[in-house]
Design a protein around this ligand. Structure first.
Ligand SMILES: Cc1cc2nc3c(=O)[nH]c(=O)nc-3n(C[C@H](O)[C@H](O)[C@H](O)COP(=O)(O)OP(=O)(O)OC[C@H]3O[C@@H](n4cnc5c(N)ncnc54)[C@H](O)[C@@H]3O)c2cc1C
Length: 499
């Protein structure tokens, strides 16, 4: 049996970036993906001929010299990606029922302050303090500034400061304080809990520059897969890993659901740590540690509606709109089925050919608990049953009604509608209960942010959104952390900086 240097379970962004770094640096890598498509949350699907994204609506930090640009250049991505920059004066627009103003979050630090100060001139000083603070926090995370980390995590001295309290301590106007976190659906914000560093790392990258992938985020996965193969790597789809056999306390063999086996010297798991430990042939965790992993709080699940509409019925919007019922943007954590959706992220993906109106909202996993034992993931497409379809249609109707109120021209111009529910995300990504961003980061559970990349089995490593931070930027940086034990990271980061 062929033996690989490193076998990687899962081809999400973390798995692919790790495979690209390692294969570029001489390792013989193998990537095993359970789905038909590579990429995890980068996957796309088609309805009425239009390309729909699963989990990448916009990406930050991709202008020349910015951190993700440099990392993507090193990975061979940047020159091949087809991107479109969002509106510089408002990549995100925050709006409320009964308030005719559209409040922009703009690109560029000065521009960000100026755009909001035009609505809240008395808060200019607070906005300056805010914009300097988020930059200061980002500078404290070494990989964010392309420096070698001293620890096996995104350590920052700001992990015990909560976002809401901090912002309210520098901004007196309540509406503005809410607008500054108006896109907190991006990190499943929880008032009094979400650490300021999470808000800063995510928000800062979009303020630097904000981009959409033209015709789908799967291009990131496709380019990486091509490079990994060019580097001699093997990458196989429709290969679900069913277990990992241990020998002498080390991982030795992967056994797939179809019975095929693969051996390697090192292993990297792109799936959540508790599910990775469950794959091991022997128990390696003490009972209390196992329980800790299983009970760690996870970010809330999501529901996304995709409406394919006649192209001339709605103009393309070069921004994302976060719409709320009240002037309170901290609503995503307190899921309330009766008032749902209290917040929607509304967007039109960039496409020359089609017009899609998307709306992403949070949804509690308990909504779908009755169908938790159904499974519907390509290549095995099975119905979850009529009751589920009825329930889903009711939710679609609620969201669609809200969209028609906001965009009346789409009425009677809708060609097809579909929605992804927490079960869709659970089945396609193998996340627990369809949680959108993995372990939730909280000032009350700071250890959630410090899951080491090396597991309790010394040749089994972790990567992906559960390690440090979710999102395209967070997962990319974490993959570099995962690869630290294998490569000369000083040399690599030098290449990243000068790429
Ligand atoms: C709805 C939604 C919207 C989002 N929007 C944005 C956005 O606009 N911008 C942004 O930056 N980020 C966004 N994100 C977050 C971002 O997409 C994710 O954080 C990131 O893509 C996760 O990457 P990952 O490496 O953790 O792997 P995942 O994407 O979770 O992929 C894991 C892979 O492992 C595979 N796998 C699982 N189990 C097995 C097994 N047993 N055997 C083989 N393979 C297996 C899965 O099939 C999957 O392909 C969004 C996420 C969601 C859910």
């Amino acid at each position: 049996m062929e033996k690989y240097d490193v076998a990687i379970i899962g081809s999400g962004l973390g798995g692919l970036v790790s495979a690209q770094i390692l294969s570029k640096n001489g390792y013989k890598v193998l990537v095993l993906e359970k789905n038909e498509q590579f990429g995890g949350a980068l996957q796309i699907f088609k309805r009425a001929g239009a390309t729909l994204d699963t989990g990448v609506h916009y990406i930050g930090g991709l202008d020349k010299g910015q951190n993700l640009y440099q990392y993507f250049k090193y990975l061979g991505l940047i020159d091949k990606l087809s991107l479109h920059q969002l509106d510089k004066n408002g990549f995100d627009i925050i709006t409320f029922d009964k308030d005719l103003q559209e409040y922009p979050l703009a690109q560029g630090y000065e521009n960000f302050v100026e755009q909001l100060a035009s609505f809240f001139p008395q808060e200019r000083n607070g906005l300056q303090i805010y914009i300097h603070k988020i930059q200061e926090i980002c500078r404290s995370v070494e990989l964010y500034t392309m420096q070698k980390p001293k620890l096996d995590s995104f350590y920052t001295p700001y992990h015990l400061i909560d976002t809401k309290s901090y912002i309210e301590s520098i901004i007196q106007d309540k509406k503005l304080a809410n607008i500054l976190v108006g896109n907190n659906l991006l990190y499943a914000g929880v008032p009094g809990k979400t650490p300021l560093y999470v808000h800063a790392l995510v928000t800062n990258s979009y303020i630097q520059s904000a981009w959409r992938c033209k015709d789908g985020g799967n291009q990131i996965a496709n380019i990486l897969v091509r490079h990994i193969r060019e580097n001699g790597g093997t990458i196989i789809r429709n290969k679900e890993v069913a277990s990992i056999r241990l020998k002498d306390n080390l991982a030795s063999t992967i056994i797939c659901a179809d019975g095929e086996e693969f051996t390697a010297t090192h292993f990297i798991s792109n799936i959540t740590p508790s599910k990775t430990y469950a794959l091991l042939s022997e128990e390696v965790l003490r009972k209390n540690v196992k329980l800790k992993y299983e009970q760690q709080t996870r970010s809330i699940a999501g529901f996304t509606l995709h409406a394919i509409i006649k192209k001339d019925s709605l103009d393309y919007m070069n921004y994302n709109r976060y719409h709320f019922k009240e002037h309170n943007t901290w609503v995503n954590h307190a899921y309330n089925a009766v008032n749902w959706p209290e917040n929607m992220m509304i967007y039109t993906p960039y496409s020359e050919k089609h017009r899609v109106l998307g709306a992403m909202c949070v949804m509690d996993e308990h909504e779908v608990a009755g169908w938790a034992n159904t499974k519907n993931v390509a290549p095995i497409i099975t119905s979850r049953g009529a009751a589920y379809e009825d329930w889903k249609q009711q939710k679609i109707d609620i969201v669609l009604q809200r969209l028609i109120e906001l965009y009346p021209t789409i009425k009677n111009n809708i060609l097809e509608v579909d929605a992804s529910t927490p079960l869709t995300y659970r089945d396609y990504l193998n996340t627990i209960n369809g949680s959108m961003y993995g372990y939730s980061k909280s000032i009350d559970e700071p250890y959630n942010a410090y899951i080491p990349t090396v597991s309790k089995v010394s040749n089994l490593h972790f990567t992906g959104q559960d390690i440090n931070l979710h999102g395209i930027l967070g997962v990319t940086l974490s993959a570099f952390l995962t690869c630290m034990p294998f490569v000369d990271m000083d040399k690599i980061l030098n290449e990243v900086r000068s790429a």
